[in-house]
Design a protein around this ligand. Structure first.
Ligand code: TYD
Ligand code: MG
Length: 461
């Protein structure tokens, strides 16, 4: 039977079909399916004796991967300590979020430290990059620049230099292999270019950074496939209306995921934010009902953020629940628990919830702070501005333990808070929680006890 010479690939999710269709059955997107030629198998079928694979035991020497710290601490933390030679990292983010700026700054740091760094841009001209370098104050570094999109040409010049520490490809969507008969940015091109460049990084022992643009639904456009090929996937995110940016690891073969690095955008590029809590709380106004401070955790790092709730009488129809920065399903659950277990009537109210500063939180530990903000708004009683909140809330209204309570308390004390409302420690086996000096612990066992802090008359009923 003749092999098919073409197949149809969804540019949104990468699903492959035998026939063209207007709508992708896998992801539901319209007009994303394009025809792509079938790739020749990546390994030419070489004839000759096959050597076989050598199997070894588990208890051999296993040195931790050598790392080159970049020198930008917020970046190094997310990388798990620094760049690993012969590894590939995908840096994704919306256009204009600051990926090129971040990577040029990182490249400059390494170049200053005497490392050989090459920056290949398929999006900007040499002049544009030089202008940016001047603005960032790194124009005097020995970064080697190229404006190119042809991967065969790029690999030809990279193969000659084995002493390179870092190669940045900005962006993978502009790269192009002439052996493949489709446009740059298509799944076939991105996959093939990624494969070729990663192979080169492994052979040449350099760290490879691929920049990828992200579509609005959060998937790195087209090249989902890339996420499986690289060793680490970092997302650079942030709200255009805010000046800070967050670098987040979603996959890392050489370090922990969920670590974040926080940066602030300035005229002279990205500045590190070693103390993000202070930044997130900077615009907080004390003594306003509907605001509570959550002692959260991002990776290994405690971060304090303000949670704001606003209740407004519903004008008719089903009440609105609007959430920015948190899970809306989780909010509905909390509202139901507040209503059922603590008798707080909210079903005639529109509820708006906002994590101030544009941060996105995923921890269930935020439940107690969210509940405190809502209850504070409901009874028009401000929370104590010197108190932080954390704890997960269960369906029966019980407040549950969360991880790393001590790290959260320490951060709260460091920022001058004097009390923490936290889950009650159950008797069995839990060692005593060491409260930092000057921090009062207020243990809360049930959501009704939390409500009673804002509405004393509720406690009696
Ligand atoms: P850029 O790095 O080009 O974003 P990306 O590569 O993700 O598309 O940055 C976008 C714009 O923002 C660019 O015009 C420069 C500006 N910018 C600053 O002025 N200061 C900063 O700290 C950053 C990160 C960007
Ligand atoms: Mg860019």
């Amino acid at each position: 039977m003749a092999k098919p010479t073409a197949r149809f690939v969804c540019q949104s999710c990468g699903a492959v079909t035998a026939k063209w269709a207007g709508r992708c059955e896998a992801c539901g997107e319209w007009n994303t399916i394009t025809e792509e030629p079938v790739l020749a198998s990546p390994t030419p079928s070489a004839k000759g004796p096959v050597r076989g694979v050598a199997f070894v035991g588990l208890d051999g020497a296993a040195a931790p991967p050598p790392r080159a710290a970049v020198g930008i601490e917020e970046l190094d933390r997310v990388l798990g300590g620094g760049l690993v030679p012969a590894s590939a990292i995908l840096v994704g983010g919306d256009p204009g979020i600051g990926k090129s700026t971040l990577l040029l700054q990182a490249a400059a740091r390494l170049a200053r430290a005497g490392k050989r760094v090459r920056y290949v841009s398929g999006e900007e001209s040499i002049d544009q990059i030089r202008l940016r370098a001047r603005r960032l104050g790194v124009a005097d570094t020995a970064i080697e620049l190229a404006a190119a999109i042809n991967v065969r040409e790029i690999t030809a010049s990279l193969e000659q230099a084995k002493d390179t520490a870092l190669v940045v490809i900005d962006s993978i969507q502009t790269m192009w292999l002439d052996a493949i008969d489709s446009a740059p940015g298509t799944v076939a091109q991105v996959r093939a270019c990624g494969f070729e460049l990663i192979r080169l990084a492994k052979a040449g022992q350099f760290a490879l950074v691929l920049v990828g643009h992200v579509t609005k639904d959060g998937a790195i456009a087209g090249p989902r496939v890339l996420e499986h090929m690289v060793d680490a996937v970092l997302y650079f995110e942030g709200d255009r209306g805010h000046q800070f940016r967050i670098l987040r690891a979603v996959k890392n073969r050489f370090g922990a995921t969920d670590e974040i690095g926080v940066f602030e955008m300035t005229d002279a590029g990205l500045a590190e934010v070693p103390n993000p809590s202070a930044l997130f709380l900077a615009e907080r106004r004390g003594n306003i009902a509907g605001s509570a401070v959550f002692a959260g955790l991002e990776g290994t790092r405690p971060v304090l953020v303000e949670i704001q709730a606003l209740l407004a009488p519903n004008a008719g129809g089903s009440p609105r629940r609007s959430v920015i920065g948190w899970d809306s399903g989780r909010l509905s659950m909390l509202l139901a628990v507040l209503e059922t277990r603590a008798g707080v009537r909210l079903n005639q109210m529109d509820v708006y919830l906002n994590i101030a500063g544009g941060l996105r939180m995923t921890e269930p530990a935020a439940d107690m702070a969210v509940a405190a903000a809502i209850v504070s708004a409901a009874f028009e009683t401000p929370t104590n501005p010197g108190t932080v909140y954390f704890g997960e809330i269960g369906l029966s209204g019980e407040i549950r333990q969360v991880a790393q309570a001590e790290a959260r308390l320490k951060e709260a004390a460091k920022l001058g808070f004097d009390a923490a409302a936290l889950p009650r420690r159950v008797a069995h086996g839990n060692r005593k929680l060491a409260a930092p000096e000057g921090l009062r612990l207020e243990e809360i066992g049930h959501i009704a006890d939390l409500v009673a802090r804002f509405a004393p008359e509720k406690a009696k009923g």
